[in-house]
Structures are given as C-alpha cells and as structure tokens.
Design a protein around this ligand. Structure first.
Ligand code: UD1
Ligand code: CA
Length: 487
C-alpha cells in the first residue's frame, strides 16, 4: 500500500460539540486514532490526514498519536471528493493502491481493511469500495448494482429514488483505488447534488462510465462500517467497541461479572483468571495480571495491577499495585505510587510519588506524598506526609519495620530510621534515628473540676458530678472491703 488517506476535515455539525468530530474519544482512542490503528498494519509509505474544521486541535492530536502522519489542510469543506483530491495533491508522484477512509468509522478493524485490500488486488479493480448490508441504511450512501450484480454507482440517500432507498447494501466510506485513476476521476467531479458538494462516491460511476473495472467488497462484520455522526451514535459505537473488548477478554479466560458496567479501553490488557467486578473502568495502558481482582466501582488509568492484587472502590492513575497488594476501599492512588508485594493501602488514603515497601501498610485515612517507605512498616491512622512547604515539595523516608503512631505529621524532608517508632499525635520535624521512639507533642494537663465550676448546670457538669459520686462510693466500698480483709 502506498498511501492511507483519512478524511477528517468535516465539521461534524450533528455532534453539536466544540470538539472536532474525529477527536471524540471512545474505548481509549479518538475516532481518528481508531481509524489510523485499523490501517496501520498496511504499512503505507504515506499517511495523509485531511484536516479542516478544528484543524489546530486535530493537528496537535496527530502529532501525539501518529507523528509520522501528515496533516493536509482542506481550506473549505467542499465535500469528501474534494477532500480526497486535496490529499492526493499533497503526494503528487504517488502511484499504486491508496486506501481512502472516512475519519468517523471508529469500529473499523485491521482485518476488515486488509480483506478489502486483498479483494481489490484479487479482482484487479481500479476502485473497490467496502460495503455492508445493514438493517437500517438511513442517511447512508446506497450501493447500486446492475442485474449481473456488478457495482455501478453509489447514490447518497438525499439524492436517491425511492427504489434506490430500499437498497440495504451501503457504502462504508472505505475505498481502495489506484492513485492515478482516482486523481483523474476526482478532477472531473461535479457538485450537482442535493448538498452541492463534490462527492467522493461519484468517482465510482465516473470510472464505470470510463469502462474501468470497479467492485464492492462486503465487510465480514457489518458493525465495522458503522459511522458516527451524532452523540447517540457515539454512545452506541462506544458500547459496541467495549462489547468487542470484553468478548475477547472473556474468551481468553477473564471473569467479567457484569459486562454492562465494565469498560475496558482497547489499549488496556487483562490476563486470564483476573476478575473484573461490576462498575469499573480500565483506561489507557492499564494492565491487570492473573489472579488479580478489580472492583467493584473502580477507575484505573495507566495503572499496573500485579498477580493476586486487589483494588476495591478506588481511583488509580499511573500507579503500580504489586503482587498480592491491596487497595481500598475508597482510596486515591496518584502517579508515581508503587506498592511492593503484599503492601496495603486501606480506606480513605491518598498517595502520590510514594513507594510503599513489601508488606508495609497504610491502613486508614492518610496522605502519603513524596515518600519512600521500607518493608513491613505500619503507618498509623490519619498520618500525613507533609510534603509541601508552600513553595517546593520534599521527600520523606521511612525505614523498615517502622511504626508510625496515629495522627503523626511527618514534615518533609525527614527520615525515620529502621525499626523506629513515633508517638501518636507527633509532629516530626527532625530525623528519627533507627530504633528510637520519637515523641513530639506537648504533655497533657488535666484541670480538675473545671466543668463543675465553669459549666455548672450543664448535662456535662451533671454527668461529671454523678461520676464523682460513683467513684467516691466505690472508693468507700473498696476501703470498707479492705478493712474487713485486713481483720
Ligand atoms: C459518507 C458517504 C456515504 C457513506 C457514509 C459512510 C459521501 C458523499 N458519502 O456520508 O456514501 O455511506 O459516509 O459513513 O462521501 N469530509 C472532509 N471534507 C469535506 C467533507 C467531508 O474531509 O469537505 C470527511 C468527513 O470528515 C468524514 C468523511 O469525509 O470523515 C465523510 O463525510 P460525512 O459528511 O461524514 O459523509 P456522510 O454523510 O457520513
Ligand atoms: Ca459520516
């Protein structure tokens, strides 16, 4: 294949969105990204993307996802045929087979593109169009065949006769053609149609009139060809894409408890014998290893979950959850979090740039930011790694087998040596040597009888008085008893 041309300059008016249509995401890629991924295996020398509406955003996106692709600007959106002509003008010396594909076909798969190219080569056509029989062809171009079954034209719905509209074989918007013949036919396109546009689809009838061989190749799976023109279709395509991903996972041995509420990006991977519980999203480059359990109700982005680990009702981004480690419920793991084997991040814990060593635990209500925690340490409830002085972030190091008391503030930069303890409620501003107990809090002072004097008549004062009476009585009782014993 010499070139892949993606038509992506259209407004996408029906999306009613400020985002260019082809940039809407589904299943971990933009619509455009899916189309590029499907044509990737062709190994084309040139990839040309025609941009127009929202071109800056589309160009910026392309630079990220397909830096080798070339954006070509169609200044005015004069129709898909005009767009294809603009693309071919950008690669003037091109000869041989070219794939032209609408940018709004996110369900297109590489197999489908490859078999269209094979069909094109086998038939020796100058143009082969991908077709599909669909139950509802509304809005799509119809494939018009003659009595011998040969493709003769593509007629847009708005230009079609009632008989033509009854046809259910449609144009998928994916074409393989000979560059030179296409260039020639595109130059001759008129715009005598309901929209006054230059239709790429009219090229087919022009080539037929020239007596050149053209053909139509039906897609093996009609879903592949479904376009996406409004938000309802976007949601439907997203669902279909997700169902395909889940089918593949389940056939490979992944347990998906509730496919309806499980969303897995095409870029994520899940190993056999992992369990996906209801209400989860596995996004980006997330990987889930065998024996791991994710969910219910969790969102993982670019996160690695190792063998036998579990993540319950949590939100994880750019994190590594080590083998047999556990997270949640209700925790937030931010980028740079790395939990070693068997580590635990329990309920209501936020972590960032934090290494939690093997077997170490942060069980409750803590913030662990910019930290290195050794192995088998325990971080008491409500501990805060105070990493930010208002200007810069600083790091805290906690050694092996450390016991951090509840409600400790570890004011970074600070180091707590191996085997050390901190007393509950301490504010640790200085390093703690290995094996030491750091106590950094003021002594307690009880002001006796304060409530009785200063809050007289309140229920608290009454309760205190009653308690005092009971204490006096039991002291007397004890005194009486001991007197008896002594005798
Ligand atoms: C198009 C086909 C139709 C087919 C359907 C499949 C035409 C005339 N019709 O209809 O036969 O059944 O796709 O989904 O092609 N574009 C440009 N520049 C333009 C106009 C369009 O780049 O000036 C791009 C769009 O971004 C889009 C593609 O061409 O990716 C098709 O345009 P669109 O308006 O979506 O055509 P449809 O009405 O869907
Ligand atoms: Ca379309």
């Amino acid at each position: 294949m010499t070139a892949v041309v993606v038509l992506a300059a259209g407004q996408g008016t029906r999306m009613r969105s400020s985002t260019p249509k082809v940039l809407h995401p589904l299943g971990g890629r933009s619509m455009l990204g899916h189309v590029l991924a499907a044509s990737e295996p062709l190994g084309a020398e040139h990839t040309v993307v025609v941009v127009g509406a929202g071109r800056e955003a589309v160009e910026a996106h392309l630079a990220q996802v397909a830096p080798k692709a070339r954006a070509v600007v169609q200044e005015e959106q004069l129709g898909s045929g005009h767009a294809a002509a603009v693309a071919l003008a950008a690669v003037p010396d091109l000869e041989g087979a070219v794939l032209i594909v609408n940018g709004d076909a996110p369900l297109l798969r590489a197999e489908t593109v490859t078999s269209l190219v094979d069909a094109h080569r086998a038939a020796g056509d100058v143009l082969t169009v991908l077709t599909a029989e669909v139950p509802d062809p509304t809005g799509l171009g119809r494939i018009i065949r003659d009595d011998a079954g040969r493709v003769r034209a593509i007629v847009e719905e708005r230009d079609a006769t009632p008989e033509q509209r009854a046809v259910r074989e449609i144009n998928a918007g994916v074409y393989v053609g000979d560059a030179v013949s296409l260039r020639d036919a595109l130059a001759r396109l008129g715009q005598d149609n309901d929209q006054g546009e230059q239709y790429l689809t009219d090229v087919l009838a022009l080539l037929v009139a020239d007596g050149r061989p053209v053909g139509g190749s039906p897609a093996a799976d009609a879903q592949d060809v479904l376009g996406c023109n409004d938000q309802r279709e976007l949601a439907a395509r997203r669902r279909t894409l997700n169902d395909r991903v889940l089918d593949r996972l389940m056939l490979s041995g992944v347990t998906v408890v509730d496919p309806a509420t499980t969303w897995v990006d095409v870029t994520a991977s899940v190993a056999p014998d992992a369990v996906l519980r209801p209400g989860i999203q596995l996004l980006g480059e997330t990987t889930v290893a065998t024996g791991a359990v994710v969910g219910p109700d969790s969102t993982l982005t670019d996160t690695e979950v190792a063998e036998g680990a579990s993540v319950v009702r949590s939100h994880c981004q750019g994190a590594v959850v080590g083998p047999e480690a556990s997270v949640g419920p209700f925790s937030f793991l931010r980028p740079g979090t790395r939990l070693a084997r068997g580590a635990k991040v329990g309920a209501y814990v936020e972590t960032k740039n934090a290494e939690v060593g093997e077997g170490s635990k942060v069980p409750h209500l803590s913030y662990v930011g910019d930290a290195t925690i050794g192995r088998d340490a325990n971080i008491g409830a409500a501990t805060v790694f105070v990493n930010y002085d208002g200007v810069a972030k600083h790091r805290t190091t906690v050694g092996d087998h450390v016991r951090i008391g509840s409600d400790t503030m570890l004011v970074a930069p600070v180091t707590v040596g191996d085997g050390a303890y901190t007393a509950a409620g301490s504010v640790i501003t200085e390093d703690v040597p290995p094996g030491a107990m750091a106590v950094a809090r003021s002594h307690q002072r009880n002001v006796g009888g304060w409530v009785g004097r200063r809050r007289a008549g309140t229920p608290a004062a009454e309760a205190a008085a009653a308690a005092e009476t009971r204490t006096v009585a039991s002291d007397e009782g004890r005194a009486a008893g001991s007197t008896t014993d002594d005798q």
